[in-house]
Design a binder for this molecule. Sequence first.
Ligand SMILES: CC(C)(COP(=O)(O)OP(=O)(O)OC[C@H]1O[C@@H](n2cnc3c(N)ncnc32)[C@H](O)[C@@H]1OP(=O)(O)O)[C@@H](O)C(=O)NCCC(=O)NCCS
Length: 171
Amino acid sequence: MSQPPPPVERYETDLFGSGPGNISLRPLPPGEPQRLGPAFAAIDPWARLGYKADALSGYLGTLEKSAPRYAIMAGTEVAGAAGIRLNWLRGPYVQFLGILPDYQKRRLGSTFLAWLAHEAKRHGEQNVWVLASAFNADALRFYEVNGFARTGEIVDLVAPGTAEVLLRRRL
Ligand SMILES: CC(C)(COP(=O)(O)OP(=O)(O)OC[C@H]1O[C@@H](n2cnc3c(N)ncnc32)[C@H](O)[C@@H]1OP(=O)(O)O)[C@@H](O)C(=O)NCCC(=O)NCCS
């Protein structure tokens, strides 16, 4: 007997309303995974790690109940994307976070992390987790200024010869 299809869930999370920057999270609009995959494959860390555009599009376009993907919106424009694996180690794991180059350093990433920490805490979670490549100094600094601390290094996980740093934000 064939397996039933996984449940499809839509997330319509208008989090930041008309506040500063009018940032919101939405399900990825149709066509966006196909547009964002090549855009992220062209920039580090994914370029350096050898991620293919199709793989990133496939990830962003997959509906998975326990791992929602979001478009990070700046007003009406898709400025980036995020993917969260829920219920990881007493808290969610940020599986994917990318802000497109034109929108970086406008606090979109920080606002996303602040929302995630707030929501996780509200649901009784104790941590938020993320991995960043050891060579990705900008991202490591970004997570550290957002309250994450390095908890360990995992070698040869994503690509041979590179290490991933596991970071934890206690809630
Ligand atoms: C890393 C990333 C998610 C940060 O999001 P962002 O919206 O650009 O970051 P913010 O504007 O919220 O930055 C907050 C702080 O992080 C640091 N920071 C962020 N991006 C930085 C960069 N490129 N270089 C140096 N510091 C940076 C700064 O200290 C900044 O504080 P400031 O604005 O007071 O100087 C985003 O730049 C990005 O997607 N980069 C490429 C992909 C990537 O590395 N993703 C993470 C994979 S684990």
